[in-house]
Design a protein. Structure first.
Length: 465
């Protein structure tokens, strides 16, 4: 990130949002809303004095996933690039009550600006790479696992932050009371994944990060760690070896789906603990196990606004909401819109090595287009007959590639040939038959059929003779 932030040919627009995209490959015009930080970026040095002195503490539901606190003026995390804080206007005392302004007083470069407003930028670009990532599955959607009801049920992201030396607990694994070290921990795999009630696909990363969490928890606490899994999927390089290493370390693996996490006890040994009810498919028995802590290995979901973003950039999504590639095997980084590429988990669940590889591939594709200087477009594109078009707009609604625009001054439709893929949808939708497909006009098709019929007649006449 630091290298990208310092690169002379890279402009970082953080705390910004794309509002509209127009144009086509080589000529995109992108409208961006740069949100107000209430901090002047050209004056701020990132010294952190404002964060240190700010008296308002807010629960950090972002980076610390609710386990820690941040200030009303903050950076998401210590290594954030650029190192410029932002004022949370919904929590800042000045924006709520009109008083305080302490950050303004202590800032040595006078970079605080409470009157700052959003700015609109328009940039012209030749290519676009979408790398919007994923959303973690919300474990509250599965109430039988007790997340949000039982304090000692954690998600895998919460455990990641807890295990971090720079995290809210300083790397110590403790229960919600902040001091009790668990003696028995259960990790439930495939929470939200491989489940017909939620997401049927495999999230690909859960098995391996669950093994990593099990290793770190066991190393830090010497607790008994139990992994409840459906199947262990370890297809990557050295993944299977790591799985066998966990077996050698004494990590327990139980094959079977967990039915419920409850605090209802059946004996004194279960008092004050969480009880997991599960089926052990290797023995065929239904069992109960009392543990101190439960970790839910949550899966990966498409971003909540993935379909809106797809429409914005003129691409499509699959049934689950992941961005759809041009071809899953032969062209996994391109989309059906020329000049728009995808990389990382926005296209589907994948781990870090796969995301890095796809990002490099997308960058290489963009470089190849830049090097060409010219782009070949589809030959069989749609063509509007200006004299017959009545401007009803049905072709615009029907076009899946947003390749048709409406010319207000002439009140007719116009095809942007660089975007048209020659699918013919608009030809069938036009009620006045004002659109034709180059090289596939009705007249050409009729003559092709006449030629075929003439050829058949000639062949039969030759045989009869």
């Amino acid at each position: 990130m630091m290298d990208a932030g310092r690169h002379p040919n890279i402009t970082l627009l953080t705390y910004s949002e794309v509002e509209s995209v127009s144009g086509y490959v080589g000529n995109f015009v992108v409208r961006i809303r740069k949100r107000a930080r209430s901090v002047k970026e050209d004056l701020c040095t990132g010294c952190g004095t404002c964060e240190e002195k700010c008296p308002t503490r807010v629960l950090d539901t972002g980076y610390s996933v609710g386990l820690g606190y941040r200030k009303a003026i903050y950076r998401p995390f210590a290594q954030a690039v650029p190192a410029i804080p932002v004022i949370d206007r919904e929590s800042c005392t000045y924006f709520l009550k009109g008083r305080c302004r302490l950050c303004e007083k202590v800032c040595p470069t006078h970079a605080i600006d409470y009157t700052q407003e959003d700015t609109i930028l328009e940039v012209e670009v030749g290519n676009i790479i979408l790398a919007t990532g994923f959303d973690p599955f919300d474990a509250r959607r599965i109430p039988q696992f007790g997340y949000g009801r039982f304090p000692n049920v954690f998600t895998s992201l919460e455990m990641e932050r807890m295990l971090s030396g720079a995290g809210p607990t300083g790397g110590k694994v403790v229960l919600r009371d902040g001091k009790t070290v668990p003696q028995r921990v259960a990790i439930i795999h495939c929470v939200g994944s491989r489940d017909k009630n939620y997401r049927e696909y495999c999230s690909r990363v859960c098995c391996m990060y669950s093994l990593k969490l099990a290793h770190l928890i066991h190393h830090k606490t010497h607790a008994e760690v139990y992994n409840f899994y459906i199947d262990i999927r370890a297809p990557g390089k050295m993944y299977e070896e790591f799985y066998h290493r966990m077996l050698d370390e004494g990590i327990h693996f139980v094959r079977g789906k967990v039915a419920q996490v409850t605090d209802a006890t059946r004996g004194p040994e279960e008092e004050g603990k969480l009880v997991i009810q599960f089926e052990d498919t290797l023995t065929g028995l239904q069992r109960r196990m009392a543990v101190d802590m439960v970790v839910l290995a949550i899966g990966l979901e498409p971003r909540h606004d993935s379909r809106e973003v797809a429409r914005l950039f003129g691409i499509s999504t699959d049934a689950d909401g992941w961005f759809k590639e041009k071809h899953p095997k032969l062209d996994p980084v391109a989309t059906m819109t020329d000049g728009v590429f995808v990389a990382g988990c926005c296209q589907g669940p994948k781990d870090i090595p796969d995301s890095v590889a796809q990002g490099s591939a997308a960058a290489a594709r963009v470089l190849s287009l830049i090097g060409q200087g010219e782009v070949e477009v589809e030959a069989a594109t749609a063509l509007v007959n200006d004299l017959m078009c009545v401007g009803c707009g049905q072709c615009i609604q029907a076009c899946p590639y947003t390749a048709i625009e409406f010319l207000e001054e002439r009140q007719i439709a116009h095809v942007i040939e660089a975007l048209c893929k020659g699918c013919g949808t608009c030809v069938g939708a036009c009620p006045s038959k004002a659109i034709s497909l180059r090289h596939f006009t009705d007249q050409q098709l009729i003559w092709e059929m006449r030629g075929a019929i003439f050829g058949m007649r000639t062949e039969h006449a030759t045989r009869d003779a």
